[in-house]
Design a binder for this molecule. Structure first.
Ligand SMILES: N[C@@H](CCC(=O)N[C@@H](CS)C(=O)NCC(=O)O)C(=O)O
Length: 208
């Protein structure tokens, strides 16, 4: 069985992405939870990845680190079910996901993931506001193109929705104001049973 090494559900936005893909593709896996920001994290993660970061997917002797590489592996293992089946849509979904994976640093820095926490109010820098506007624009574009195919960014749920799920949680925690189209997408994502399960586990973590 596959194992996914993850960080705290309250904090680890990168862990959430492949976890959601595994859940949505209904691939059985075991979670190996590690606690971030404690001295034991370093030696613990070194057992799985010399890169020293979560998430890591373990498949037998193979260890795959970095959320994007893990999701591509899951796409291959699932006969192409993680990304949209249409090549043009797939390229678009990969583009917006790569933009998330390598960008939006100002937003990520000012509004770190606090999955189970709401009511936070932290002003964004002009760069952070630009990131929110860009995300709002790309969500609206996806929803307009695919609104007849279903409620997710590309109609049917895909890895692009996993890439943006932590952004949805940040928008919920810190109270971003976005267009009506994006607000509907936020509600859609927050109603996802898998994401609800993640938030509930994050609540338990912070209550412990
Ligand atoms: N680009 C990596 C980022 C992974 C990452 O930064 N993980 C954080 C937790 S969300 C981590 O392991 N931090 C621990 C550390 O840097 O000591 C990915 O996509 O997986």
């Amino acid at each position: 069985m596959l194992s996914l090494v993850i960080g705290n559900k309250q904090l680890s936005s990168w862990s959430l992405r492949p976890w959601l893909v595994l859940r949505h593709l209904e691939i059985a896996f075991r979670e190996i939870p590690l606690t971030l920001d404690v001295p034991s994290f370093g030696p613990a993660i070194q057992q799985y990845s010399a890169a020293g970061r979560v998430p890591v997917l373990v498949d037998g002797d193979l260890g795959i680190w970095d959320s994007l590489a893990i999701i591509e592996y899951l796409h291959e293992k699932s006969a192409g079910r993680a990304w949209p089946s249409d090549p043009a849509q797939r390229a678009h979904a990969r583009s917006i996901s790569a933009e998330m994976h390598s960008g939006f640093a100002a937003l990520r820095q000012s509004w770190p993931l606090q999955a189970a926490t709401t009511g936070l109010r932290v002003p964004l820098s002009p760069e952070g506001r630009k990131d929110v506007a860009r995300i709002d624009e790309l969500w609206q574009d996806c929803r307009r193109r695919h609104r007849n195919a279903g409620p997710w960014l590309f109609g049917k749920w895909s890895a692009a929705d996993a890439f943006y799920a932590p952004v949805v949680l940040r928008f919920r925690s810190y109270g971003a104001s976005v267009s009506e189209v994006s607000a509907a997408y936020v509600s859609q994502t927050l109603a996802d049973p898998s994401l609800i399960e993640w938030i509930a586990a994050a609540e338990e973590e912070i209550a412990a």
